[in-house]
Ligand binder design. Structure first.
Ligand SMILES: [Ca+2]
Length: 437
């Protein structure tokens, strides 16, 4: 069991969703709204656009500067960081000054969308074949990293590939433009305020130059896609040049990813998890990191590995957790505490599963899941939120009615279905929205 694991963390990414990190999401209504607002500012109302910029400048001086100063940032550093910076109104998830934030109706984060799309071969292949191609090239670094941090090389490669295409992804934004805009006017501005202050600390302490500090549109920096607080806490200098260079150094990037996982409790010697068959006699409502059992107990309930092999002996006597990301409409897994460590990198079951699965393929050759994903994940967030509210009204814990179907929502659905004489599916559906009073 991971300390502090809860459904809020389960369903709200602690970091920006990586599928959206290198380019703004296409077609998201919120993004479109912001884009239109930005276009309106630019075309029809230059005075208003100027006024947002003026308000940003006033906020920098009156609000952010005192906070930065209090943590040891000099005026010179502060001014250098924000020289020439004005709010970037094209970034998604912004709230115009004077407006109220609106919860998104549509699901535009791939991490919480259709699992079938998320695990498409065209998405997996570049990570797995790219990872295999690099095993030889960076073998010395990988074995040093494995030895020092206890994290398997293929896990580090899978994250590197997923986050930045092994450093090939364009990460073109200025950290202070993105983080400054978001701290000023994003839906999660408190979180970004901490991040922009951390970015100022990085600059003040000379850990990186402003020119180096490039981010995705979501403010995540460099090849491991670290937010500035993660950089301060987890980045390491592995090539010995004295700089924690997560932008251009491969050894620093790989060691920093492994160090991050180690800090979050990666258990050396344990797997991340195994795909399994779950008989109908075992309820899908048993899933979740707070319902762990010895893996041998899960096996005695009739759960078997799809490979036909038994669970490794050292795993069988340790704790494991049932994971069914699409309920009965998709593959099932017994995962270890390391699965939840991967979720610390991005709070989504599908993300952690992608990394574990890609790592298995890098190490052991391409294979697909034995179970197939049903047509799930296409519902509107607003409809899932409606379902969650109805379950909450009946006393079920769904981890907050946020429209994201995390394990608390999935198993509450299963429990309600069982209680009402239905075969548990443990996943939201339109039929459930209609039938659940
Ligand atoms: Ca270095």
């Amino acid at each position: 069991m991971i300390e502090g694991e809860n459904d809020l963390m389960n369903r709200v990414p602690s970091r920006p969703p990586l599928s959206c990190r290198t380019s703004p999401p296409q077609g998201g209504r919120a993004a479109l709204r912001v884009f239109l607002a930005a276009a309106l500012f630019a075309l029809a109302s230059p005075v208003q656009a100027a006024s947002v910029s003026d308000q940003f400048r006033a906020w920098l001086d009156a609000d952010l500067w005192p906070a930065a100063k209090a943590q040891g940032v000099s005026r010179k550093t502060f001014d250098a960081a924000f020289a020439g910076v004005s709010p970037n109104l094209k970034l998604p998830d912004l709230v115009m000054p004077g407006e109220k934030p609106k919860p998104p109706k549509k699901q535009h984060q791939a991490e919480f969308g259709s699992p079938g799309n998320y695990f498409a071969e065209k998405t997996l292949q570049p990570v797995t074949s790219g990872g295999r191609a690099r095993v030889g090239r960076v073998s010395q670094t990988l074995s040093a990293v494995e030895k020092r941090y206890g994290v398997p090389g293929e896990i580090v490669l899978a994250i590197w590939g997923r986050e930045s295409g092994f450093g090939a992804a364009k990460i073109p934004y200025d950290a202070f433009e993105v983080l400054g805009t978001k701290a000023f006017m994003a839906t999660r501005k408190d979180m970004f305020r901490k991040e922009v202050l951390a970015a100022l600390t990085i600059l003040q302490k000379g850990f990186a130059t402003r020119a180096m500090m490039k981010t995705s549109w979501a403010g995540a920096m460099g090849q491991p896609q670290f937010l500035p607080t993660s950089f301060l806490n987890h980045a390491v200098d592995a090539d010995g040049d004295g700089i924690r260079d997560i932008w251009t150094s491969t050894p620093d990037t790989l060691a920093s990813i492994a160090n991050y996982l180690k800090h979050y409790g990666w258990v050396s010697g344990r797997d991340w998890g195994f795909e399994v068959s779950v008989p109908d006699s075992v309820s899908c409502a048993l899933e979740g990191p707070d319902r762990g059992k010895r893996i041998s107990e899960w096996a005695s309930m009739g759960i078997t590995r799809v490979s036909g092999k038994p669970f490794p002996a050292h795993e069988a006597k340790a704790e494991g957790y049932l994971l069914m990301p699409a309920g009965r409409a998709g593959p099932a897994f017994i995962v270890t505490p390391n699965f939840y460590v991967l979720k610390e990198y991005n709070e989504s079951d599908l993300y952690a599963l992608f990394v574990g699965h890609a790592a298995d393929r890098i190490a052991g050759g391409d294979r697909t899941f034995s179970g197939s994903w049903g047509k799930v994940g296409g519902m509107l967030r607003s409809d899932i939120a409606k379902l969650q509210e109805r379950l909450e009204a009946k006393g079920y814990d769904v981890g907050g009615a946020d429209g994201l179907p995390g394990y608390k929502t999935r198993r509450s659905i299963g429990e309600w279905q069982a209680k009402n004489g239905q075969a548990p599916t443990c996943f939201p559906s339109q039929a459930l929205v209609r039938s659940l009073p």
